[in-house]
Design a protein around this ligand. Sequence first.
Ligand SMILES: Cc1ncc(COP(=O)(O)O)c(C=O)c1O
Length: 451
Amino acid sequence: MKTKRVTRRKFIASSSAGAAGALLSNPLPVFGSAGGAATELALKGGKPVRTADWLSWPVWDPEAEKPMLELLRSGDWYRGDGMQCKEFEKRYAGLIGARRVIATASGSAALIASLQVMGIDAGDEVIVSPYTFIASYNVIFDRHALPVFADTDQETFTINPHKIEEKITDRTKAILPVHIFGLPADMNRILAIGEKHNLPVIEDACQAWLAEYDGKMCGTLGDLGCFSFQNSKHIPSGEGGAISGNNDELMDRAFAYHNCGRPHGRSMAGMKENPVRGSNRRMTEVQAGLLLSQMRRARSDADKRLENALYLDARLKEIPGIIPYKLSDGATRSSYHFYPFRYKKELFDGLSRQKFMAALRAEGIPCYPGYGRQYFDGLIEEAISSSGYKRLFSPERLKRYREELHHLPDNDQLTEEAVALFQNMMLAERSDMDDIVNAVQKIYTYRKQLL
Ligand SMILES: Cc1ncc(COP(=O)(O)O)c(C=O)c1O
């Protein structure tokens, strides 16, 4: 499917005038498409702003039925016997502008393979954002290394590059920025730190398909990039992942690792069978077949989400206490896996985020609180009190590590203030975005009903 590329700048030029116009022509909230002069919040029994459903995800493409059936009937479900994975790798590399892509079983598999290839080993440390899906921590533990958290920039939701250097020790072996919700991390600063300290940068772009930084796609900026195609993702295949990279030697080694350690590519030519450690992290042909069909809508979906996000940016920021995400310096486009904003309860007379979100859901607007303080949920303590970690790290290091978990003030605050809208909502129409704005505005206007 061919669609015209739309840049954030072009959208701002065309849609901020539209958004401003909408604000002017609609200075008083008309509370929603469900109709009715709702002066009572839905949570209190009033008429909700919206009763219509949102797009259900994933979306099946009827055009994929014939090729998928052929694929299933062929029995060529393993990548060694077919062309689907190879074709997907070629097309995805073309889509994101990477020299090479390796299809993997999942995003976690892509991250684990990348960490292995960059030489992350038992007893090493990797600097990572604390504001992320738990897999970004787990893959580091999988290497028997320590995930070291640098605080989050609350405005951008991504790792604060000014907090990275203070976390570097003689054990630090890599930086793993996460483009969370599709918001690109501040890559120029992160890459400069990587270069200064000779640390590779692996991008966790598992939520950042077609997100852009400095006009380049996320996942192509660091040494390696990792993507997820799990079912909730913008290009879904139940499970799936990919590694992207521009360095042939690294990519050959990554391919070898994900394929049981079998040598791969020109840089490993002539080596004996299984010259390196490896695992089976391969994608199946069936996953790749699905991805080839799902990828067809990725570009136009991304443009639609961007268009709606820019409209929401302009309108939501007019409501007191609602602060939409900000792009980091140099970032040019988010993928909007979620559309996040910060909720300042002090401007809602102290109405808790939990009640605000319950009220929003009751008005017909699904929402999600984002990530919590996962470093206190048990995983970290379980790992670092294990016999292996006690052998790998000194008691002093682990004591300091435990203490530092209590010094992530910006991340802690963000975990209490974030509210995020789901990506499928961002594929709806302008009037649906108005429902979102009207619901938030309605809660603000009638907040006292909930106090
Ligand atoms: C930020 C982030 N990193 C890593 C992963 C892991 O990907 P997967 O679930 O495909 O293993 C995910 C998946 O949700 C993710 O959101």
